[in-house]
Design a protein around this ligand. Structure first.
Ligand code: SF4
Ligand SMILES: [Zn+2]
Ligand SMILES: [Zn+2]
Length: 474
């Protein structure tokens, strides 16, 4: 069973990412190395340096060639849209051929400053979307006082095909949902630290974790407390990537999360979006929400339309694509000290019960060492093994979370494409009943996608006598 909103990586020593900075600017010409050293010390391991004209795009690439952990984007800002003619777009295309370039932008619309005619801004935005689609690169979108027009152009030009990030997020929580529904991420930076309430705080609280990126927009938009301190000492409040740690602390406290989890998750989002770090070592065990998750197989007897494993190998910074299925000993070694976790959960890029013997043995050993163990499963175990496996689970797991996923067999088959065909859904229901009968703690789960009628699924879970957990579908 693949993790959805819960669940992920380990091998990232410096877990923070600044997904939007302009370190090529002359603001840093005297102390760039120091700025980067401070970023490293603050835990920043990845920086996306954003171009906003041909010159700054070239400078971004140069910087990314100099520093391994800096990647570049190339684009023409709406302020300069009147310069984005065919030749300029050709130049961007050539620059984007450099393998350090991970996105097109920043591009978009800025009706606040209106430094280029609006028609020129729209044309430049459209041609950069088309370039991004041609090259298969995501977009970095700047959007100021142009909420409706930006969405309309994203729709018109098919920008959802490549997605991207709307940086320095300009809208409210409803707008964030619109943006996420179009395959875009929400970039949050310094302004979230300026006030304890308001639209940006709501966005930071509500946006789906896997669509969230943190940024600084250095040298601008310095977060608190640095902005206030600079003013107090009558200094210009220059922002720098190290301060993304302050953004992370604020967003983590708004979401009630551990800042380390947030850092790792948003770094994973950035890596996935920008196609960076495919070389991350696969994880058998990964930490999140104070739990440890075990990724013991990539095989599954469903092919759910919404399964995150089809989207990327990387989930929240961990690579869950296994090179080989781990042995019991390898799993125990990956767990380390079981007492460190609230719960240890069998949940990765596959269905754990296809390796029933491993679940039973690892679960038993973990429980003997005092850990609480949960199995996240698609509920096909009895079909896979052609016998009732539930009595065997008792003693190896405390709790079971079963993906109910639909209100009826036809819907289940349509969205989960089970190997065992239409009869599968009834077996999932009887698996849930068997687990209850055996005295295990049972939860059902459903992913909130269009085909699912949540009211009926709730009623069904009620009939089965189990609580239902609804997970985000976007
Ligand atoms: S295909 Fe479905 S059941 Fe299988 S791992 Fe993905 S979400 Fe879970
Ligand atoms: Zn911008
Ligand atoms: Zn910018």
């Amino acid at each position: 069973m693949a993790p959805t909103e819960e669940g992920l990586p380990g091998p990232i020593e410096r877990p923070l990412t600044d997904s939007h900075a302009h370190l090529n600017l002359s603001d840093y010409s005297r102390d760039r190395e120091d700025v980067l050293a401070r970023a490293g010390a603050a835990g920043v391991g990845l920086i996306i340096n954003v171009g906003f004209s041909l010159t700054t795009s070239r400078e971004s690439i140069r910087l990314s060639e100099e520093f391994d952990h800096i990647y570049a984007t190339v684009g023409i800002h709406p302020h300069d849209a009147d310069k984005a003619d065919g030749r300029a777009i050709d130049s961007l295309r050539k620059l984007a051929g450099n393998d350090r370039v991970v996105a097109i932008g920043e591009t978009g619309l800025d009706y606040y400053r209106d430094l280029s005619p609006r028609e020129a801004q729209q044309d430049a935005f459209r041609s950069q979307i088309s370039l991004a689609r041609e090259l298969g690169l995501p977009l970095v979108v700047h959007n100021r006082d142009a909420l409706d027009d930006v969405l309309a152009i994203i729709d018109d030009e098919g920008a959802s095909e490549v997605g991207g990030v709307m940086h320095c997020f300009p809208g409210d929580a409803d707008y964030a949902r619109e943006v996420v529904a179009r395959g875009f991420h929400v970039g949050i930076g310094g302004p979230v630290t300026y006030s304890r309430k308001g639209r940006l705080v709501n966005v930071a609280a509500e946006v789906a974790l896997r669509r969230l990126l943190l940024e600084t927009d250095s040298p601008w938009l310095t977060p608190e407390p640095h902005r206030g301190l600079a003013r107090k000492h009558k200094r210009r409040p220059r922002n720098e990537p190290a301060f993304v740690a302050d953004v992370a602390r604020t967003v983590a406290s708004i979401r009630g999360m551990d800042p380390a989890d947030l850092a790792r998750a948003t770094t994973g989002n950035a890596m996935k979006l920008f196609g960076i770090g495919r070389s991350i070592r696969p994880s058998i065990a990964y930490e999140m929400w104070g739990n440890l998750y075990l990724n013991i197989t990539n095989r599954c007897t469903n092919e759910c339309d919404f399964c995150v494993r089809y989207e990327s190998d990387i989930l929240w910074g961990y690579n869950l694509r296994l090179a080989a299925e781990p042995s019991v000993d390898e799993i125990m070694q990956a767990v380390g000290e079981p007492a460190r976790y609230r719960e240890i959960v069998f949940c990765g890029y596959g269905e754990p019960t296809v390796r029933l013997d491993v679940v039973l043995e690892v679960g038993r050993r973990l429980r003997e060492s005092g850990a609480r163990v949960r199995l996240d499963t698609n509920g096909h175990g009895n079909l896979i093994w052609n016998r009732n496996i539930v009595p065997e689970l008792v003693g190896s797991v405390d709790a079971v979370s079963v993906s109910l996923n639909a209100q009826d067999a036809a819907t289940y088959s349509r969205i989960c494409h089970p190997t065992f065909g239409e009869k599968t859904f009834d077996h999932v229901l009887s698996f849930i009943r068997e687990c209850r009968k055996a005295g295990l703690e049972v939860t059902a789960s459903v992913v909130d996608v269009q085909e699912v009628d949540l009211t009926s699924v709730r009623a069904l879970a009620g009939e089965l006598g189990v609580p239902l957990k609804v997970r985000g579908g976007q």
